[in-house]
Write a protein that binds this ligand. Sequence first.
Ligand SMILES: Nc1ncnc2c1ncn2[C@@H]1O[C@H](COP(=O)(O)OP(=O)(O)OP(=O)(O)O)[C@@H](O)[C@H]1O
Length: 502
Amino acid sequence: MAAMNPDEIISILKEEIKNYDEISKDQEVGTVISVGDGIATVHGIDHAMYGEVVTFENGLKGMVQDIRANSIGCILFGKDTGIKEGTKVARTQKQAGVPVGDAFIGRIVNALGAPIDGKGEIKADGYRPVENPAPGIIDRKSVTVPLETGILSIDSMFPIGRGQRELIIGDRQTGKTSVALDTILNQKGKDVICIYVAIGQKASTVAKIVSTLEKHGAMDYTTVFSSTASDCAPLQYIVPYAGTALAEYFMYKGKDVLMVYDDLSKHAVAYRALSLLLERSPGREAYPGDVFYLHSRLLERSSRLNEKAGGGSITALPIIETQAGDLSAYIPTNVISITDGQIFLESDLFNSGMRPAVNVGLSVSRVGGAAQAKAMKKAAGSVRIDLAQYREMEIFTQFSSDLDEATTQQLKYGSGLMELLKQPLSSPLSLHEQVITLCAATHKAMMHVETKKMKKYQRDMLDYFDSAYPEIGREIEEKRQLPDELAEKIVKVAEEFADKSR
Ligand SMILES: Nc1ncnc2c1ncn2[C@@H]1O[C@H](COP(=O)(O)OP(=O)(O)OP(=O)(O)O)[C@@H](O)[C@H]1O
């Protein structure tokens, strides 16, 4: 071997010393004992904090997820190909966090907040920890401002308020994502920032969702966090917390935010994979014992702050997928008990053409009633009971051929109502359209319409109201009240339209 020039040796030594200094200052360095499936076990770091970021020799970052007597378990935020037994790991003394800022609106980012839409760097205004304690009771305010979904069946019977957590639950392909997306589309011009978090979905599905948002101009106020099925479990696990960190940034600045977590069943599965790899003991359905805490600490961060604390809000719409409509499975019951209500989408209804397939009997909204517009509350008064009676009567009478007049009328009224609650994709209804529809329907001003023609009749009637009597719609939108005289006027105009269209 050729002799080394002393200068070269000195420069190598200097380099080593420089690196040594960088790592050793306030830091501890450990070595990897084993690595695989996005998890590394590290020996030699004694004072790591839970949730602390660690850096591997090749620059890859990870997070401390498990602390044991002689080693720590780290989840890796990337491919583990460059890491092997003996690789050096250093503490950073920093909690895992994501960059946040106004520039994130309109962008698509990964679980760590890095842009993946090819539109270049995002200028961050700050850095927020991924895990953050939920606001305390003193900082909160009760929910009183509605968050309108634009979906008649939800706004009338299961109203959602800003700061509420409303679960969307149902089997696969029952329109869960569509309900959430339509809600985002309906926030246009309402000063609500939307954050859509895709967890463990196909990349093609995420691309489709983004194109729907773009088509309707909703990307102007929306950020998409995406961790697709091909990402490792740690990234899928962390993405909803990262999305919430950005939401908190806006909430503490006094903004209203809508968060969609699509979906938390896949999130629980990612956490299960991660926990089993960390050798935590499996419990029911092989989920670890703390799987309830996984979602409660996430959803508890959605709240409405009082003015002193910032005055903003985070409304959460988590999505859960059930198997064969089983609401009593482990993860569904957990999330049902954490949230303030659920919208249950049923596959039988969906397949029979009732879309959105909201099951009126099993859905509920526990706090939104206080936030519902007075006009809507009055117009929707008896709809829920009427529908429940209709469904019961429908089952009861399906085999009998000769029915008395009263029953026939009630069945007709019920089927008309069901038809009115159908709504195509991406066509939200405004408050006055919803109020006029319900007012006319509950006052039986649409009883003469054939069920099949109901949707078209509704559209024509609403157009007639807007063109011939625009002041009615304006009054509802401005005052958000429905005094008796206005209700009477709506019924009169509806009857006038009925006479015209006959
Ligand atoms: N109101 C509606 N009117 C017409 N079609 C609808 C409606 N809602 C949903 N669909 C259609 O139903 C299909 C399933 O919808 P969506 O993807 O929202 O369901 P999902 O429950 O989120 O599905 P997944 O289980 O794949 O997550 C889509 O093709 C969508 O276009």
